[in-house]
Design a protein around this ligand. Sequence first.
Ligand SMILES: Nc1nc2c(ncn2[C@@H]2O[C@H](COP(=O)(O)OP(=O)(O)OP(=O)(O)O)[C@@H](O)[C@H]2O)c(=O)[nH]1
Length: 617
Amino acid sequence: MSAETLRIALVGNPNCGKTALFNLLTGARQKVANYAGVTVERKVGSATLADGRTVSFIDLPGAYSLTPSTPDEAVTRDMVMGLRADEPAPDVIVAVVDATNLVMNLRLVLELRRLGRPMMVSVNMADVARARGLAIDIARLSAELGVPVVETVAVQSRGHAALLAELERQAQWSLPSQAEAKDQALSLPEAQREVRRILAVAAPGAAQFKRFNHRLDAVVMHPVWGLVLLAGLLFLMFQAVFSWASVPMDAINDAMAWAGETLSAHMADGPLRSLLVDGVIAGVGGVLVFLPQILILFLFILVLEDSGYLPRAAFLLDNVMGKVGLSGRAFIPLLSSFACAIPGIMATRTIPNWRDRLATIMVAPLMTCSARLPVYALLIGAFVPQRTVGGVNLQGLTLFVLYIAGVLSAMAVAWLLKRVWMKSSYQPLMLELPPYRLPNLRNLALGLWERARIFLRRVGTIIFALTVLLWFLSTFPAPPEGATGPAIQYSLAGYLGRALEVVFAPIGFNWQISIALVPGLAAREVAVGALGTVYALSSTGEVADALAPVIAQTWSMATAYALLAWFVFAPQCMSTLAVVRRETNAWRYPLIMAAYLFALAYFAAFVTYRVALWLGA
Ligand SMILES: Nc1nc2c(ncn2[C@@H]2O[C@H](COP(=O)(O)OP(=O)(O)OP(=O)(O)O)[C@@H](O)[C@H]2O)c(=O)[nH]1
């Protein structure tokens, strides 16, 4: 990008639609969700003006003011005030405001205006304001603020052309008189008075504007009914993961089986056929089959996100979180960790207190990330009967219990950490509640597509690579003349598995599982693909059967339960540890994390295995 590229920062309160606008302007696909604190890092994208010039847009974390109280707000302040060493201040500021919350949002605009930099205002969510009968006189608002103002509806692709045109019109951006007049520093009451004065002439209804449906909140946020509703929603979600997914999963399974058989029939026996059938199809296909379940889980999460429900759940649970010593703000990071601990750990930047933040980082990997879903689903599919008892799908129930086990252990560990190590006083949750909104279909579709893409990319890259590597290790060296039993026993992986079995035998894992845990260090789903490959190669038949029936026959119930318990804690995810290192800036924390998770996983699997054996499983 040339030095003259105009750099434009999007700045505004949390949840006013900055990222939606950024996506619209630049064609990017950053995450948009109906709660505050989604964007915690600056993101850069570019757009082309009508005159052919390229400009770059910078999406910044939401901020209530330029006096930051959290690390993500500090990112915004440093950027707009030009405090970063590596990057100059932006050339132009586009202050994005939520039209339905002008009283609050304009305060930041006044602060920004005081910086005396070229700026304009985008009144976003104009559709909602209009639908609720709030009239905003854009020309008056512009005159009162002394800066250009445009109306935008980021989710309906409206207003961005006007915004770009305005940016172009001000091509020189030679700092007009806008900043001069009334811009000494204002105290908070003074700023509020000024905002009210401006709104009285430009949007007379704004001060009394009701953003919330209080009647709905009476139930949703009720201390008893609210929790019942939350539990019900989560329960329904896990039921759906199993009951809706069976048809597409069967289809994928059939397609894989067909591909395996066709290849076997048409290729001569040899290493290449083995690589394709036992390695790629058994390994990669074995993971791919879980795509429908992952998408169903995310459909639920996306709907809850977009509707405005999630921060309400955060408030409901703030009390519980407070009891174990976590900040209510930990809710969103922990919830994001259901997708993957990495965005969850990054989202802890919205937590102001360092000890609270660290405690949240330490327990984030205990939330069940989506990479564990294939492992759970495989074991549940193989060992829990596909039955409905009293309208409850047993497999869905088991999955629900596993997720709850993750949450409860996170709470327990947090409680312990906060008592012995990272003591800090309870800070009540201060989070702005977003309005309820019907989920935007385009948003949902994009969100699901994004998830599918992430999953497929993992399948196509790391999972594929590790599967091939494992196939190689499991195939070579070839067994000696006259050897009996499956060839894999004599391979490198076979030896490795036997060595590891010494460590894992007390918790009920056989050598096949021990092998599969190793590539699972890089990505948890690989454990499933690896089992697929290992069992395909251990079988003597022409084409390996689907994995689930094979392990159902060969493992004891106790082993299956122990492996499930292992994966509730499963310390093996290198990328998470790397992110913890980055976010905490010390090796100490990822090392402690890996050690404690490994100890917990081993302990939990041991207890589960022994108890299950004792019960005769
Ligand atoms: N109806 C309507 N909804 C919008 C509009 N712009 C954004 N939204 C929705 O508002 C919510 C917040 O949008 P985001 O783009 O994530 O907001 P943000 O300002 O980037 O939020 P943070 O990253 O938390 O600071 C999402 O649910 C969007 O779909 C709009 O113009 N009209």
